[in-house]
Design a protein. Structure first.
Length: 351
């Protein structure tokens, strides 16, 4: 089935590129295909398609400009990249991001990569799609603090934007749905699968890891049991779990569903690029990976409501030795994708 999917996709993209997409009144777009390593298809699922239309090079370029455009904020000082920085795998490097009027956020900014495979967004899962998620930061009073009316006035006053929106969507009348569709195309190109772990584990390069890193990998899949939640090619199951941080946890998914069985459960983040995304946990309480492992070693709160089943056999924790912690941390740093954070196609185009 996967081979058939790729054959049909390739045929469609060939026809799209050969005949052009949206050829009317001077519009001719180029189909854009996100390039993925072979092991993603071999071990996982193809990237889900856009919910509306297909991805185009022009749409991605437009979305990149909007992602980094300060005009999306109330006072023209912030953009999406202000809290999702490429150098930190599109996360932030502080506990809570600073928003409009220097207001401090209330939850840690999640990194942005490989999100095309996600079905729910935010730590509490309140958005059911990437497009729905993007509505929040622009109007959130602690983030960009703007409103769509003001944003659209500013964008529609830009003749360049009006021309490009017409090219991409056939309409020079810019509205919120088109802005969101543009940014979502760019965000879906933010894929990260080029790490030393990938070279070793999926591509069979035995020399990609050091002996210490190999020991850490064995712990990750062995006594550490990290892969129970940080699983598959994405290194997350995109599920919601309570890992026992607190005896009285934050509401988490309960805030979205209202179900007591969801209290304390938050989204499992990917461990890809984890060496870049400190501080850690939904509330940024741990400044370092060492602090994270200390928690899993001796700080799990077993009486936390709805604690995940994989935490129960651990008691208060894994009781890791100093050497084991060092080995595991060494392995976690092999999950860093340097090509991702230095890719010029993802950087701010306004500079």
């Amino acid at each position: 089935m996967k081979k058939l999917y790729f054959i049909l996709t390739a045929c469609f993209l060939f026809l799209a590129l050969h005949w052009g997409i949206g050829k009317d009144k001077g519009r001719s777009l180029k189909a854009y295909q996100v390039v993925l390593p072979e092991f993603v298809a071999d071990y996982f699922d193809p990237m889900p398609p856009l919910p509306a239309g297909i991805m185009t090079a022009e749409g991605v370029s437009l979305g990149r400009k909007l992602f980094y455009d300060n005009r999306l904020s109330k006072d023209n000082t912030l953009n999406c990249g202000s809290c999702h920085k490429q150098a930190f795998a599109f996360a932030d490097n502080i506990k809570f991001s600073i928003g409009i009027d220097n207001k401090v956020g209330i939850i840690n900014s999640m990194p942005i990569f490989n999100v095309a495979w996600a079905s729910h967004f935010f730590w509490d899962g309140r958005a059911a799609s990437l497009e729905e998620q993007m509505k929040d930061p622009i109007t959130n009073p602690r983030e960009m603090g703007s409103n769509w009316s003001d944003v659209l006035v500013k964008l529609n006053a830009d003749s360049m934007y009006r021309r490009v929106f017409y090219l991409v969507f056939g309409s020079s009348d810019i509205d919120s749905s088109l802005v969101i569709r543009s940014i979502s195309q760019f965000i879906r190109t933010l894929v990260s699968f080029n790490t030393r772990f990938d070279q070793y584990y999926f591509e069979g390069r035995a020399d990609a890891l050091t002996p210490q890193e190999e020991r850490g990998l064995d712990m990750f899949f062995g006594i550490g049991g990290c892969n129970h939640c940080h699983s598959d090619v994405l290194l997350t199951d995109n599920y919601f779990r309570n890992n026992g941080l607190d005896a009285q946890p934050a509401p988490g998914l309960y805030q979205t569903t209202g179900k007591e069985t969801d209290r304390g459960r938050v989204k499992v983040p990917s461990l890809r690029n984890v060496g870049l995304t400190a501080p850690y946990m939904h509330d940024g309480r741990f400044a370092t990976l060492e602090e994270v492992l200390e928690f899993y070693s001796s700080g799990i709160q077993q009486k936390s409501p709805n604690i995940d089943e994989h935490m129960l056999p651990l008691g208060k924790g894994l009781r890791l030795t100093k050497e084991q912690k060092e080995d595991l941390i060494a392995f976690l740093h092999t999950l860093t994708d340097s090509s991702f954070i230095h890719n010029p196609a993802f950087s701010n185009p306004w500079y």
